[in-house]
Design a protein around this ligand. Structure first.
Ligand SMILES: [Zn+2]
Length: 461
């Protein structure tokens, strides 16, 4: 029913839990590397060779100070941006000002925008869109460095990607983010009126300095290279959670070593070890199917006030209470379908949620369960619809996008064949923003007629 923030209809959740309860904790040793679930996909014809990320990707430097005053996060952003097409403007998206979050009291403000000491004209064309005049037209391959201060007012406890509850903060999609799609230009899709997301951005490097109140810890995108200093390479966003955490760590082989850190906020009161084991299992299983997990870390924060739901960011996930089973698998699967291969969830949310639900279902043999989920009439054969449509049909969004996505792929071919097609899709589109024509091209190489079958479900190439 939700996009990045994935919640599940209670009846389906119960059915899934009945199918695949998590392995008993006692069966796993702390240093265990859990089994990989179902066997990996049958050998595909071509190995996965990930392309290199764009060498001209943006470089962000963020300074973030939590709670200089109650309920406020202050920051300063500096970004070096190099477009591949000529442009007369820069567009930052201020997602906290979307209608749902603004209604909860969240507010993101930006101060004076500068480049090399010179003030740049900047204006909000709508609450979530900041246009900046860079001065002379930027040519392809020309770099501009821009800096700006920002200030985020927090909403208090909120079932959303931005929330504050004492020292427990969720900060996702929380700072001004460039919305450039290489080869296409600026993305100006409107915010969703639901919990779903319409944000897309190119991969970038992040160097983040984080100041927290004494005794408060953080888990975030990337790696903490020194106290309060986080770095991430070739990721399309940066997010973090703060709190006081009980943690468990492990190294996954996906297939390169991935440092996994799971922190359970003490306000939640669950044990981190089962989550750590589930994350390792999902990372290893999915890497065997869809190609290597390309980052050196994966962090998972279990935070209060997000029961049965999760939200994915690159190499970092935030989940709520009681999300050990399908939610963990789902959010880890987003590391391939959203984080590594991006898509535009405003225009084709099924590429984000449908492919993720398919991949998640492969871990626990739930393809048939999702494929048999009835699709209500308003959602039927509208799989390719954009978020504007689904915002008007929120009651059938889950069945229409998550479950119908699995149903459509199951109609194209058996799981081993689809896995090979998805591997091909990852290999061809890693670090970029793909669309349905990219997916159909990859699937057709494994299953002729894939485009025609997906077309029957409403997917257009
Ligand atoms: Zn999802």
């Amino acid at each position: 029913m939700l996009s990045r923030l994935s919640a599940w209809p209670p009846l389906l959740l119960l059915a899934l839990a009945a199918c695949t309860g998590p392995a008993p904790e006692s069966s796993r040793q702390p240093s265990d590397r859990p089994d990989r679930g179902e066997p990996a996909a049958a050998a595909c014809r071509d190995p996965v060779v990930l392309p290199q990320p764009d060498p001209d990707r943006p470089r962000y430097r963020l300074r973030i100070t939590v709670r200089p005053e109650p309920g406020v996060v202050a920051g300063r952003l500096r970004v070096a941006f190099t477009p591949d097409l000529a442009t007369d403007e820069l567009v930052f998206r201020l997602w906290p000002n979307g209608p749902r979050q603004a209604g909860a009291g969240t507010r993101l403000e930006v101060g004076r925008v500068e480049s090399e000491g010179r003030r740049l004209d900047a204006r909000l064309t709508d609450p979530t869109t900041l246009e900046v005049d860079p001065g002379p037209r930027l040519g392809p391959g020309e770099t501009i460095e821009v800096s700006l201060p920002w200030r985020l007012e927090l909403p208090g406890p909120s079932f959303d990607r931005i929330s504050s509850d004492g020292t427990s903060l969720r900060l996702g999609s929380f700072f001004p983010l460039l919305a450039w799609q290489p080869g296409a230009g600026w993305l100006r899709d409107p915010p969703s009126t639901s919990l779903a997301e319409t944000s897309a951005s190119q991969v970038a490097d992040f160097d983040v300095s984080l100041r927290l109140p004494p005794g408060v810890e953080a888990l975030a995108t990337g790696r903490e290279v020194s106290p309060g200093r986080w770095r991430a390479r070739a990721v399309r966003d940066f997010a973090l959670a703060t709190g006081r955490f009980d943690t468990a760590t492990a190294t996954a082989r996906a297939p390169e070593p991935v440092r996994v850190i799971v922190g359970v906020d003490r306000a939640v009161g669950e044990s981190p070890e089962p989550y750590r084991n589930a994350a390792v299992r999902a990372l290893e299983s999915l890497a065997a199917r869809y190609g290597p997990y390309p980052w050196p870390s994966f962090n998972l924060a279990i935070t209060p006030g997000l029961a049965h739901a999760g939200i994915e960011y690159p190499s970092f996930v935030m989940q709520g209470e009681e999300t050990l089973g399908i939610v963990t698998n789902h959010e880890v699967a987003h590391q391939w379908f959203y984080s590594l291969v991006g898509s535009n969830p405003a225009r084709e949310p099924w590429l984000d949620e449908g492919l993720t639900t398919y991949a998640q279902s492969r871990i626990d043999s739930q393809i048939d369960l999702f494929a048999s989920e009835p699709v209500p009439v308003p959602a039927r054969n509208r799989l390719g619809a954009g978020m504007r449509y689904w915002d008007g049909h929120q009651d059938v969004y889950f069945q229409g996008v998550y479950a119908q996505g699995v149903k459509a792929l199951a109609a194209v071919g058996p799981p081993d064949v689809i896995d090979c097609g998805l591997r091909r899709y990852v290999s061809a589109n890693a670090y970029s923003i793909a669309d349905s024509s990219d997916l159909i091209r990859a699937l057709e190489a494994e299953a002729a007629g894939a485009g025609r079958i997906l077309g029957r479900f409403g997917v257009r190439s």
